[in-house]
Design a protein around this ligand. Structure first.
Ligand code: UD2
Ligand code: MN
Length: 352
């Protein structure tokens, strides 16, 4: 039989342990402002957990596919003549830095849908035929694509009756024609913004927003897609900050001080997922309105606001000038492909 003394000793240990446990638990509870099992904590973790059946289905699919390609080499970069990564770890897309087959497999697996927005207002409708025809050849071939053509000449665009490959659709959106070309260009931000929740959120995953006075002349594929992306302007990718044609007047909402800024981005090619494009166009349009109220027109219109936005909201990917080129420029050694090039235009003739 256990002596009374031993029984008391054991019970003492047990009580001691329980007291310690309660103390530790309550300390943990109070030291975490919102405990992990609290709904507020769960909703603050932004990652959405997909449904279990679809996760398991995806896993099965990955196993079925063989992945055959030359393995990357950790000590031999594919390019040493250009910057391939920004200091905030956004890749810069140059030829031969990626394997399109790997990327295509990834984006097909996700069934990604891509929207391409383009504006053909007033005389700029002349560009739409070449634009769509070359896009059919080179833009996101094999993926689901929606073209969104914003125009004041709906009938004229419709009459082209473009034949599109499978999985591709064309949507014509009637919009007003502003008088000055600068305003037409700037108002694109507002019009894209207006369609994000109305339409884009339901129809696509990524948006690509470009100029219409352009032609595709080589592949532009899913390598460009990321949450938020911009493109080096072909005139300034190698230039020092002082040469960038940023808006410099402090009273403008587009102002970038002399000692800030990374690159000079082109107004004619940007994009991202629907939410990021919503935020970007919201900023650019409202900054433009606030400048207009002060009688200020930013130096390079929408491009100036875009550049300002990218200083403070860094793009997660940047496209090299391969994606926006002008054949009036001499072709530098680093430029291996010209994928999207300006169609020559008579500025005075087309803008008036
Ligand atoms: C390649 C590139 O980076 N281009 C940018 C550049 O000049 P650009 O000289 O290339 O501007 P632009 O004349 O092409 O105008 C921009 C776009 O607005 C549309 N448009 C314009 C006028 C008009 O009457 N009808 C019409 O539809 C059309 O889609 C055109 O492509 O600077 C502009 C602002 O000054 C914009 O930021 C452009 O995106
Ligand atoms: Mn243009």
């Amino acid at each position: 039989m256990e002596s009374l003394e031993m029984f008391c000793q054991k019970r003492g240990c047990l009580y001691g342990f329980i007291v310690l446990l309660i103390f530790t638990l309550s300390f943990t509870w109070y030291s975490i402002e919102v405990p992990p099992w609290h709904p507020t904590f769960l909703s603050s973790c932004k990652m959405e957990i997909p449904n279990k059946a679809s996760l398991l289905h995806d896993l099965k699919e990955v196993k079925l596919q063989r992945m055959l390609y030359e393995k990357p080499n950790a000590v031999k970069p594919p390019r040493t003549d250009v910057l391939m990564m920004t200091p905030w770890f956004a890749p810069i897309v140059w030829n031969s830095t990626y394997d399109i087959n790997i990327l295509n497999a990834q984006f097909h697996q996700r069934g990604v849908r891509i929207g391409l927005t383009v504006f053909a207002i007033k005389k700029y409708v002349v560009f739409i035929k070449t634009f769509i025809e070359t896009a059919e050849k080179f833009f996101m071939v094999g993926h689901k694509v929606n073209y969104y053509i914003f125009t004041d000449r709906v009938e004229e665009v419709r009459q082209h009756n473009f034949t599109l490959s499978e999985g591709r659709q064309l949507v014509i959106l009637g919009v007003p024609a502003y008088k000055r070309w600068q305003e037409v260009s700037m108002r694109r931000m507002e019009m894209i913004h207006n369609q994000t929740y109305e339409r884009f959120a339901n129809e696509i995953d990524y948006l690509v927003c470009v100029d219409v006075d352009m032609r595709f002349s080589d592949d532009v594929g899913v390598e460009i897609l990321s949450d938020l992306f911009g493109t080096f302007h072909p005139s300034y990718y190698g230039a020092p900050r002082t040469h960038y044609t940023y808006e410099r007047r402090p009273e403008s909402a587009a102002c970038i001080p002399e000692d800030e800024g990374d690159f000079y981005y082109a107004g004619g090619f940007f994009g991202g997922n629907v939410v990021e494009v919503f935020k970007l166009t919201h900023f650019c349009h409202n900054a433009m309105l606030s400048d207009t109220a002060k009688n200020i027109e930013a130096r390079w219109h929408d491009e100036s606001y875009l550049n300002n936005y990218f200083v403070y909201h860094k793009p997660t990917k940047i496209l090299s000038p391969e994606y926006l080129w002008d054949n009036n420029f001499a072709v530098p050694e680093i430029l291996k492909r010209r994928r999207f090039v300006a169609v020559p235009k008579n500025h005075n003739e087309i803008r008036n």
